[in-house]
Every structure is written in C-alpha cells, then in structure tokens.
Design a protein around this ligand. Structure first.
Ligand code: NAD
Ligand code: DAU
Length: 348
C-alpha cells in the first residue's frame, strides 16, 4: 500500500480527485489534507468517507510543524497538491491570504517532501495543480502553450505563478521529482457558488440579479471537472518528471453568451417562460485587472497521454444544472452564514 497525500480534497476539484483515487486505487492509502476553509466542505466527499483506504486530516498547509509531522508519520510517496485560495475576487480584497496558502503552504509541502525523501526520490512524485491564469491575458486570438511566458495580473494568479516557480526551482535545485499542470476554468458539481456558473445557477433559482462584470465580453475556456480529474489521474501516473502539461476544454465562451445559454437551460428545466431569467442579467462594475481571454492549447497532453475531454459542454452543463437542482440542501447550506456577508460586500 502506497501512502498518497491529496491536499484540498474537501474543495471543488479536490473532492472529485479524492473520490476518483479512493475508488480506482484500492492499493493506495489516500490521505485528504484540508483546512476546511469557507471553500472546504466534508459533504463534498461524504460518499467515500468510510472507505478503508481513505483518511481525512484536518490541517493547514501553512503550519510548518504540522506538515513536517504528518510527512514523518505517513511517509507520503506521492503528493497531489490542490489546496489553495482559489477565487480571484477574494484575492483583490485580501492578497496576503493568497501569499500564505498558495506560496508559503506550497513551499512547506515541498520542504517536507524533500526532507523525508532526500536520499532516494525513486518512485516518488510531487504533483502541483495550477491554473492557466499564470499566463496572463490573451487578445482575441492565440492560445496558451506550455512555453508561454508567465504574466499574472491578479494577486491570485501571481501567488499561483510564484508557487509554480518554487516547484520548478525545487526540481532544478534539489532534483525533486515533480509534474505540473495548468488548467482552464472548471465547472460541475460541488463548485462553490462564488464562481460564475454556480453563482448564476443559484441566483436564477432564487430570481436574483445576475451580476455580469463589465460588458460581459470576457472569454474563458470551460472544462467539466470530472474530465479534469481524469487528466490529473493520467498525469500523476504517466506524466514525465519535470514536465508541465496544459489542460483545457477546447471550449471558449464569452461570459455574456454563456450566461444567456445558462438562463435558457434553466428556464427549460424550471418550466419558466422563455427569456424570463435573461431579464435578471445586470451589468455591474468590472473586476479590476480583469483578464480579457484565456484559451488553452491542450495538444501536448492529448498527444503524449491520449487525454481529451469526454463530455460536450451541452452535456456537462446539463449535468451541472441537474446536480444543483437535485442538491438544494447543499446549496442552501453553503450559501448561509459567511457566504451572505461575502455576497453583500462583493455585490453591494
Ligand atoms: P476550492 O477553493 O474549491 O478548494 C480549495 C480547497 O483547499 C478547500 O477545500 C479549502 O478548504 C482548502 N484549503 C484552502 N486553504 C488551505 C490551507 N491553508 N491548508 C489546507 N487546505 C486549504 O478550489 P478549486 O477550485 O477546487 O481549486 C483547486 C486547485 O485547482 C487550486 O490549486 C486552484 O488554483 C486550481 N485550479 C482551479 C481551477 C478552477 O477552475 N476552479 C482551474 C485550474 C486550476
Ligand atoms: O482559469 C482558471 C481559473 O478559473 C482558476 O484558476 C480559478 O481558481 C477559478 O476561480 C477561475 O477563475 P475566473 O476568474 O476565470 O473564474 P470566475 O468564475 O470567478 O469568473 C469567470 C468569468 O466570469 C470572469 O471573466 C469574471 C466573470 N464574472 C465572475 C463572477 C463571479 C462575472 O461576470 N460576474 C461574477 O459575479
């Protein structure tokens, strides 16, 4: 049995990764380390909590002593690092929280990994999960490739860029065996409703205004979260050491077009009049430093590891809408308390 550490496994993407690894790899002991911040929720992984190869560890990656202790105790041979502060808008109001978790937290993990395996890195792997936002913003054309220069514009993307640099530096300086992926926007079940798609689904359900930043002509490349989990599985097991892979959905949407599609699909599903939810669209003050366009060239992971998204956007979005409508209790739980304060402040 190999001991594998997954960080941030109570969050959105991490919960899908933990579920996949616990179910598909009975020969791994999966340790899910999560601080359970506002974004972490044990309900996201309730279905696997009693599996014999699964253990939850509540802890903060910024806590160096604790991180060293668990690495000593469990001798993790593989790490999949997803824990992060992940929301751009929150990074604009509180950059330091992003420096702590995304940079210091990552370096703590790298140090602990290096410390226990320094004499023998054979068969060990540190997998850092990152974002396409580190590349900055594209104009109307072009794609991010693995060799695009880093040019982050938000405190969030600057902190993720910094963590990527530390991972590579540990590879070069100490020979630490790493793989790194930069992925585009994910969507799907368990997505926290501070992000565009789940926030708008929640507001459509509750007939609240849909706050589109600026003119809505910003473009993102959307990938269904379960397809990201498949890519992560492939890279962890078959990716080459010291390599980066871009992961994307081949699926670019301008925000305003995506919001209109969502309104249409929600109206159909909720039995509302055609065009009813579109009337909720409200153009609001733009996000400062808003990146115009992200789009990923995912040909490397496709050619080298044979990965492609398995669902169309139509299918993924429908599954997502259905999930939120079937899980209103989850939605109501995560939008009570702290969320309402955040919402008031952000959208006042
Ligand atoms: P999320 O915000 O939904 O989840 C983050 C998880 O990390 C939460 O469970 C939270 O409790 C935990 N966490 C936060 N700070 C912690 C700390 N100090 N110690 C331990 N745990 C902590 O994030 P997500 O959207 O699932 O993103 C996961 C990773 O994937 C992040 O590294 C993010 O940068 C990256 N990523 C996300 C997307 C996306 O579209 N969501 C796309 C590309 C890459
Ligand atoms: O590209 C990958 C990144 O995608 C991840 O690294 C981040 O963790 C993840 O949050 C996401 O970042 P974005 O900033 O692209 O996602 P968000 O859902 O916040 O916003 C998507 C687009 O929608 C963006 O152009 C801003 C816009 N938007 C967002 C919100 C929350 C609005 O117009 N209104 C809103 O209320």
């Amino acid at each position: 049995m190999k001991n594998i550490l997954i960080t941030g496994g109570a969050g959105f993407i991490g919960s899908h990764v933990v579920r996949r690894f616990v179910k598909n790899y009975p020969n791994y002991n999966i340790y899910n380390l999560d601080a359970l911040t506002y974004a972490g929720n044990l309900e996201n992984i309730k279905d696997i909590q009693n599996e014999s190869n699964y253990t939850f560890l509540k802890g903060d990656i910024v806590d160096e002593t604790y991180i060293n202790e668990i690495f000593e105790k469990y001798q993790f041979e593989g790490v999949l690092h997803l824990a992060a502060e992940s929301h751009v808008d929150r990074s604009i109001t509180d950059p330091l929280a992003f420096v702590k978790t995304n940079i210091i937290g990552t370096v703590n993990l790298l140090n602990a990994f290096k410390k226990i395996w320094k004499d023998n890195f054979d068969g060990k792997r540190f997998y850092h999960i990152s974002t396409d936002e580190v590349y900055g913003s594209l104009g109307e054309t072009g794609l991010f490739t693995e060799t695009t220069s880093y040019d982050p514009n938000s405190p969030y993307s600057a902190s993720k860029a910094s963590s990527d640099h530390f991972v590579r530096a540990y590879g070069e300086t100490y020979g630490l065996p790493y793989v790194l992926t930069n992925c585009s926007n994910n969507y799907g079940p368990f997505h926290f409703p501070e992000k565009l798609i789940p926030l708008f689904i929640n507001n459509i359900i509750n007939k609240k205004p849909l706050p589109v930043y600026g003119d809505g002509n910003y473009t993102r490349d959307w990938l269904f979260v379960k397809d990201h989990a498949v890519a992560i599985d492939l890279v962890f097991h078959q990716g080459k050491n010291h390599e980066t892979y871009n992961i994307g959905g081949f699926n670019e949407w301008k925000n305003i077009d995506l919001v209109r599609l969502l309104c249409q699909k929600m109206d159909e599903k909720l039995g509302r009049k055609e065009g009813e939810s579109e009337q909720l669209i409200t153009f609001v003050k733009d996000r400062p430093g808003h990146d115009l366009r992200y789009a990923i060239d995912a040909s490397k992971i496709n050619k080298e590891l044979g990965w492609m998204p398995s669902v169309t956007f139509e299918e993924g979005l429908q599954e997502t809408i259905n999930w939120y409508l079937d899980n209103t209790e989850w939605l109501n739980n995560v939008t009570s308390g702290e969320y309402s304060k955040y919402y008031e402040k952000q959208y006042q």
